[in-house]
Write a protein that binds this ligand. Structure first.
Ligand SMILES: Nc1ccn([C@@H]2O[C@H](COP(=O)(O)OP(=O)(O)OP(=O)(O)O)[C@@H](O)[C@H]2O)c(=O)n1
Ligand SMILES: C[C@](O)(CO)[C@H](O)COP(=O)(O)O
Length: 236
């Protein structure tokens, strides 16, 4: 990296895919000739500045050994935790043996296989000189409503300042490890890394990316991801 620090990745992949409802965890479903997780890892490992990846897996995971990247020397595995934030912290603790406090870490969901290499490269170039770090994100396009407890509209939000937070989310290793540990110690189960950084009074940068960097969450997301990967010419 331009400042002399190294770049690492953490991939949370220990989820069970409850909302997807498949008979195997969604990160192991077939997608465009590979598996979801291998699509996501392949984009990261193709980034020449990346030193290594720590993948957080369910300790009961029996699917990982079949991954085409399981034997890649740049990939280490660690046990995930009950929630995504626990999995990320476990991976950061494992990374502590290799990463310095000022190294950069980007956290990318295994369930986001459509990340574009040029979005990743541009995000790294923009953030590597940033004093805080930031996230890949997309501005909201629809009018956004806030619901009351009865399922009725109780506010229309000013959408000009609303963004969808995606991954990767990229921060300095020391700051990120401390921020997530502090959030968990306070009982705050942050759903993304930026929320932990915000709790520290820092303002992560929003880096606009492509809207096709979707997270595979529900069944209808898989054919959409297949279409997006076809559009990107990434069908194997
Ligand atoms: N305890 C957990 C939960 C989730 N994840 C990972 O975090 C990413 C985003 O999480 P999500 O889409 O919520 O995945 P699941 O938790 O599997 O989905 P669900 O909530 O529907 O069970 C996924 O790559 C998932 O594997 C993780 O590493 N550890
Ligand atoms: C990290 C994330 O993908 C950013 O949008 C999202 O918060 C993950 O949420 P999930 O409920 O763990 O899928």
């Amino acid at each position: 990296m331009s400042d002399g620090g190294d770049l690492w990745a953490v991939v949370p992949a220990a989820g069970v895919g409850r909302r997807f409802g498949a008979d195997i965890p969604k990160q192991y479903l077939p997608l465009a000739g590979r598996r979801v997780i291998d699509q996501s890892l392949a984009v990261l490992l193709a980034e020449p500045r990346l030193r290594g990846v720590v993948v957080a897996l369910d300790p009961r995971d029996s699917f990982w050994p079949q991954s085409e990247l399981a034997d890649d020397p740049r990939v280490r595995r660690v046990a995930g935790g009950a929630e995504r934030c626990h999995s990320v912290l476990n991976a950061l603790e494992a990374l502590a043996e290799m990463a310095g406090a000022d190294d950069w870490v980007l956290v990318h969901d295994a369930a986001r296989p459509c990340l574009r290499a040029n979005d990743l490269a541009r995000m790294i170039e923009i953030l590597c000189d940033d004093p805080v770090g930031g996230i890949l994100a997309v501005p909201v396009r629809d009018t956004m409503k806030q619901a009351d407890d009865a399922g009725r509209i109780d506010a229309t939000l000013a959408r000009e300042r609303l963004w969808h937070a995606f991954t990767p989310q990229m921060f300095r290793f020391g700051l990120l490890r401390e921020a997530i540990a502090a959030a968990l110690a306070a009982g705050v189960l942050v759903t993304d890394e930026a929320a932990a950084i915000e709790r520290f009074g820092r303002a992560p940068r929003l880096v606009e990316g492509q809207a096709d960097n979707i997270k595979i969450t529900r069944p209808e997301d898989l054919p959409l991801a297949e279409f997006y990967l076809q559009q990107q010419g990434r069908i194997c």
